[in-house]
Design a protein around this ligand. Sequence first.
Ligand code: MRU
Length: 344
Amino acid sequence: MIKTLSFEDNAVVILDQSQLPGKVVFERCLTPFEVAQAIKSLKVRGAPLIGVTAAFGMALAAQNFNGANLVEYLNETARMLVSTRPTAVNLLWAVNRMMGIIETNKTIAKEELIHLLANEAMAMYDEDITVNKAIGDNGQELLGRSSNVMTICNAGALATCGYGTALGVIRSANKNNKIEMVWACETRPVLQGSRLTVWELLEDKIPVTLITDNMAGHTMALKQIDAVITGADRIAANGDAANKIGTYSLAVLARHHNIPFYIAAPLSTFDISVSSGQQIPIEERDEEEVRQIDGNYITVSGVKVFNPAFDVTPYQLVTGIITEKGIIKPPFYENIKTKFQEMG
Ligand code: MRU
């Protein structure tokens, strides 16, 4: 499986996903600013992956710093990294975890702190893969033989440190010969479905059929879809879930067709400090993403555009949330609360 991210020789090395599937290009980010730019420009994307990338960005900042006040510099770096993308809470979670190491080790020698930060980021990297495999194994139980699964965006190995969340479930199910077909929505405007999910699944020889987003309802009506499984960028205390724009439409369509709608996400994607999806900040991106494809205008150049990168699926439309600690079912508010209480 392709490596999306590594930390080597004073550089955060990222797979530039904006060039997939045409080119497999790795980029060495030599400063935390370059790391932030890679996240902002979607070279690195997907909630878990941007979190761990930012954590490596913090470790890199500590290694590069030559000035007098390292802690102040790390605070500034944290703010810069967190401001790149507002919706995925994993970014905030990962940077806060790095800040926790800094807070508790303020007085130790700089070399030691550098070492601790690099170790913490590396631990997050390894944990992410373990967590995704657990999500995959828990989620595959929901699928029977010859399943047809629909998904949107890319919640796969490319969106994480490896294995994936929604695609992790599909991967585990496929190992047990349960996947007949994955129906991948292309995911306008940035095309994470057609560019990334299709590429990733074909690399792993998992059967996939690409549809445009507006074909989802017709496909559900015709093709015996057994489940819709998507990732999430932030899940509120009541189970409302923000994910790639178009997810909400899929959930509405799934309800109409009586198809279970599952979200696969690690517990680090939950933000129980927000009571509902209304409080989740939704990123709006450059209008040109909608007006153009590959630098070519597909509309009148000056047309007004609305380009929200995410939407919120209300908890009432969610059948279950697949996590590394099992599947959370309704009533979501109560069951999410209990899950977090169990974890302390
Ligand atoms: O804008 P992106 O490509 O970062 O959006 C990604 C998604 O919406 C994913 O579904 C989500 O981050 C979960 S990834 C495991």
